[in-house]
Design a protein around this ligand. Structure first.
Ligand code: HEM
Length: 119
């Protein structure tokens, strides 16, 4: 059964552009991780500061293996190098050269059902 891991990034309005640019130039390594199924970056439309990084995996073990892999570190190298702690920790506040997110929270789900368009 697939699992969904959503990283909820709290991004103040003045840091949105920075965050979106970082993702636009993201490493793209997650796509080649074993057990990876899906990724989406979701921008909020309802006035909150919460961007969702949606990922879906074949199993929780596959997600955990990616999280402790070189690919995860490489995919977060710029976020870490930008002045904050490594992404396993809580990021600091978003000064100009610092991390774009002022907070992060990981949500975990298992997929019970899914459907898509037939066209
Ligand atoms: C404190 C925690 C975290 C922060 C602040 C954070 C922030 C970011 C940022 C800014 C990027 C853009 C790439 C870059 O800047 O180099 C990124 C990439 C990414 N993040 Fe996170 N992240 C965190 C933890 C996580 C976790 C736990 C997940 C699991 C769902 C995750 C999923 C991803 C994915 C899939 C990418 C794209 C990597 C690629 O293209 O290979 N992140 N993250």
């Amino acid at each position: 059964m697939s699992v969904v891991k959503i990283n909820v990034l709290s991004v103040p309005p003045e840091m949105r552009e920075t965050l979106e640019k970082r993702f636009a130039g993201r490493a793209g390594m997650v796509e080649s991780a074993d057990g990876f199924e899906w990724f989406e970056l979701l921008r909020p439309l309802d006035g909150t500061d919460n961007y969702l990084v949606y990922t879906r995996w074949r199993s929780a073990e596959d997600f955990e293996a990616w999280q402790s892999s070189q690919a995860f570190s490489a995919g977060h190298a710029r976020a870490a190098a930008a002045g904050g702690p490594p992404p396993t920790g809580h990021p600091g506040s978003g000064a100009a050269g610092g991390p774009a997110a002022s907070g992060a929270e990981l949500w975990s789900f298992e997929v019970l059902q899914s459907a898509g368009s037939k066209t």
